[in-house]
Design a protein around this ligand. Structure first.
Ligand code: SAM
Length: 267
C-alpha cells in the first residue's frame, strides 16, 4: 500500500469520508453481496467502502469526480484485481454498460444526492437494489407517506420505482470531516417495471412534478399553473371520487397512478 497521505477533503464536493469500520460492515451486509455480484459505487473517495465491496463482490465499478482522489485510490487499489476506477461525474458519465442486476452501494455526495437518486431510478431496470447513505432528511422524504410534510415528488417517484426502507441512522461522528446533518442508510429494492410505456412514464413523472410545483395551491390550481386544462383535471378527479379542493400531498401513489391513467384515457 502507498503511504502518501490522502488528499484533504473538499467540502463543496461532499467529501465527508466514513471512518467507522462498523458502519462499513453494516452497509456491505445490507447489500447482500456474493462473488457473483456486480457493484456500482458512486464517489469511492479514499476507498474505505470500495475495499470492503471488492472483498464481498465479484466486480466493483467506482466513479469518482475528484482527480486527486482518483489518483490516490488508483495507487492504493493496485492490489485489488476486481475494481474499475472511473474518473468522471456520476450525474453524466455512462452507466448503460453496467450489467443488468448491478447493485448500487454508495455513501453519496449530499450536495447532489437528489439528482443522483433520480438518475439511478431512471436506470432502475439495470439495478436490482441500492444501499445508499443519504442525509437523514432525504431518507425521510424517500419513505414519506401521503399527508405528511416530507411527502413530495421524490417520495412518489422513488416509491413508484422501488420498495424502500430506512435501515439505520448514522451520526456525524462516523465521518471526517463531520457533516452538519444526520445521515441514514436506506435500502431500495427496485420493483419490476409497472408495464407502462416510456412516454406514459414520462407523462406520469411530469404530472407528479406539476402537482407539487405549487404546494400551497390545490392540486387543480397547481396543475393549471403548469399548463394542464383544469376542466380535464376536475373531470378526472370527479371520476375518481376525489375532491377538487384537495392538495397534491394528500394523494397516495396509487391515486396518482389512477389520476394519470384517467387523464390519459378519459373515456
Ligand atoms: N465513499 C467514500 C466514503 O464513504 O468515505 C467517500 C464518500 S463522500 C460522502 C462522497 C464522494 O463522492 C467524494 O469522494 C466526492 O469526491 C465524490 N463525488 C462528489 N461529486 C461527485 C460526482 N458528481 N460524481 C462522482 N463522485 C462525486
Amino acid at each position: 500500500m502507498d503511504s502518501a497521505p490522502p488528499p484533504a477533503a473538499i467540502r463543496r464536493l461532499g467529501q465527508n469520508f466514513l471512518v467507522d469500520p462498523n458502519i462499513v460492515r453494516k452497509i456491505v451486509a445490507l447489500a447482500e453481496l456474493s462473488p457473483a455480484s456486480t457493484v456500482l459505487e458512486i464517489g469511492p473517495g479514499r476507498g474505505i467502502l470500495t475495499e470492503a465491496l471488492c472483498q464481498a463482490a465479484g466486480h466493483v465499478t467506482a466513479i469518482e469526480v475528484d482527480p486527486r482522489l482518483h489518483t490516490f485510490l488508483s495507487e492504493r487499489a493496485a492490489h485489488l484485481p476486481n475494481v474499475t476506477l472511473t474518473l468522471g461525474d456520476a450525474l453524466t458519465c455512462p452507466i448503460e454498460h453496467l450489467p443488468i442486476g448491478t447493485i448500487v452501494v454508495a455513501n453519496l455526495p449530499y450536495y447532489i444526492s437528489t439528482p443522483l437518486l433520480f438518475r439511478l431510478l431512471a436506470h432502475g431496470n439495470r439495478f436490482v437494489r441500492m444501499v445508499l447513505m443519504l442525509q437523514n432528511e432525504v431518507a425521510d422524504r424517500l419513505i414519506a407517506k401521503a399527508g405528511t410534510s416530507e411527502y413530495g415528488v421524490l417520495s412518489v417517484m422513488a416509491q413508484y420505482h422501488a420498495q424502500i426502507s430506512k435501515a439505520f441512522k448514522v451520526s456525524p461522528q462516523c465521518f471526517r470531516p463531520r457533516p452538519e446533518v444526520d445521515s441514514a442508510v436506506v435500502l431500495l429494492r427496485v420493483l419490476e417495471p409497472r408495464g407502462r410505456r416510456s412516454e406514459q412514464e414520462q407523462q406520469f413523472s411530469s404530472l407528479v412534478r406539476a402537482a407539487f410545483a405549487h404546494r400551497r395551491k390545490t392540486l387543480v390550481n397547481s396543475l393549471k399553473n403548469e399548463g394542464y386544462d383544469s376542466k380535464h383535471v376536475e373531470t378526472a378527479l370527479t371520476k375518481l371520487h376525489l375532491s377538487p379542493s384537495l392538495r397534491a400531498e394528500t394523494l397516495t401513489l396509487e391515486q396518482f397512478l389512477e389520476l394519470a391513467q384517467c387523464m390519459e384515457d378519459p373515456t
